[in-house]
Design a protein around this ligand. Structure first.
Ligand code: ADP
Ligand code: MG
Length: 389
């Protein structure tokens, strides 16, 4: 078990907290602040105990340079509202200006640093950059579970320069997810969707051996359908993943359940040509955008009686209704199960919230990739560097 903020004295200390404030934005506004709220218990606990809190995070993919639309300004504003106190926002995450601002802090003050990914050294996990990040602080707290599978300067490198412990969100994720990793009660099922097979099913490796059932939907099921010889028209597929897909299908055997009917259209935005067809009858000019009702019924039947289910990845292009039906229905199916139901991923979590069933599932993890890596027993670099109890 990892040390957490509860195990250390923080009073009067300068504490650098790596949060996951990678929130969805539209026109400069935060459309879902769940990730900010998830970090509040850690921040509030530190403040109550008289720490000086220096927050940092990445946001989006700025490719190592400053980008106006990926500044953390909206996060600073929202955070200040949620904490009901002033949050001092700095225009960089390292350097002289940061050092000065931190020097001027009093107990209970909060500073938010600018997007760590504005520096290319962040993703390179550059040791000199990590040292600069660490310099103004006396303690490092990692609360960014969703980024813990990446060895970046602000998640891994920085912890080599400071005493490093887990935040309360990180602790909660570890407690809930180690139970699935170490002691998932069988029958054990996984529901997988999302856009790409390469970031999903292709990486489930060890998990596959422990699964009794693998239900596949979303864009990534298209490549599996292709392996079975299905003509998928203009649907999203990854030709370079056909071999991986074939291997997985082979290993999974009868445990793998694929869509038998799908909702297709010419375009997800206009919804033109929207109809439900059997997988053998997909029109050449259309694309698969959701699973069909018969597939959902099949999924529901197969899940009946399972004791543990993990779900990552929407079953369709759920941000474009009506192609959200399969995904929302799956959220309902899991909510009705008498089983341990663990959901992970930013988009999947948002879908579960939209379906209104967050309270009826066992756990919604803030991690997508980190969640899949962790439950199959991989070592997460951002976690490995934290002190043990
Ligand atoms: P999470 O964030 O929960 O880990 P992903 O980011 O992997 O999930 O997948 C979500 C994306 O997958 C969404 O943008 C959704 O539109 C897309 N998607 C799901 N099914 C399809 C499909 N059939 N065609 C195209 N995109 C799809
Ligand atoms: Mg996503």
């Amino acid at each position: 078990m990892k040390k957490t903020i509860r195990d250390v004295d923080v009073s009067g200390k300068r504490v650098l907290v790596r949060a996951d404030f990678n929130v969805p934005l539209r026109d400069g506004e935060i459309t879902d602040d769940a990730r900010i709220r998830a970090c509040l218990p850690t921040i509030e606990d530190l403040l109550q105990r008289g720490a000086r809190v220096i927050l940092c995070s990445h946001l989006g993919r700025p490719k190592g340079r400053e980008q106006e639309e990926l500044r953390l300004t909206p996060v600073a504003r929202r955070l200040s509202e949620l904490l009901a106190r002033k949050v001092d926002f700095l225009e960089d995450c390292v350097g002289e200006r940061v050092r000065q601002a931190v020097e001027g802090m009093g107990d209970g003050d909060v500073i938010l640093l600018e997007n760590t990914r504005f520096h290319p050294e962040e993703k390179q996990n550059d040791p000199a950059f990590a040292a600069k990040l660490a310099e103004p602080a006396e303690l490092f707290v990692n609360d960014a579970f969703g980024t813990a599978h990446r060895a970046h300067a602000s998640t891994e490198g920085v912890a080599r320069h400071l005493p490093a412990v887990a935040g309360l969100l990180m602790e909660k994720e570890l407690l809930r997810l180690s139970q699935v990793r170490d002691a998932a009660e069988p029958p054990f099922a996984a529901v997988m969707g999302g856009a790409k097979i390469s970031d999903k099913i292709g990486v489930i490796g060890n998990l596959l051996d422990r699964l009794d059932l693998l239900l596949a939907g979303g864009g990534m099921a298209n490549t599996l359908l292709r392996v079975g010889g299905v003509e998928i028209g203009r649907s999203l597929a990854e030709e370079d993943q056909l071999e991986t897909a074939a291997r997985i299908a082979d290993r999974a055997g009868s445990r793998l359940v694929l869509p038998v009917d799908v909702v297709v259209a010419e375009d997800p935005r206009t919804g033109r040509g929207n109809r439900t067809v059997r997988v053998g009858n997909i029109p050449e000019n259309s694309m698969i955008l959701d699973v069909g009702p018969e597939t959902l019924e099949r999924f529901r039947k197969r899940l009946d009686g399972v004791r543990t289910v993990v779900w990552n990845g929407p079953l369709g292009a759920f941000e474009h209704p009506p192609f959200d039906r399969g995904t929302l229905a799956m959220a309902g199916i899991l909510a009705d199960l008498n089983a341990e139901t663990i959901i992970g991923g930013g988009d999947t979590g948002a879908a579960v919230a939209r379906a209104g069933v967050v309270d009826r599932v066992s756990h919604v993890s803030t991690g997508g990739g980190a969640f899949l890596s962790f439950i199959q027993g991989e070592t997460l670099p951002g976690l490995a560097v934290l002190q043990d109890k």
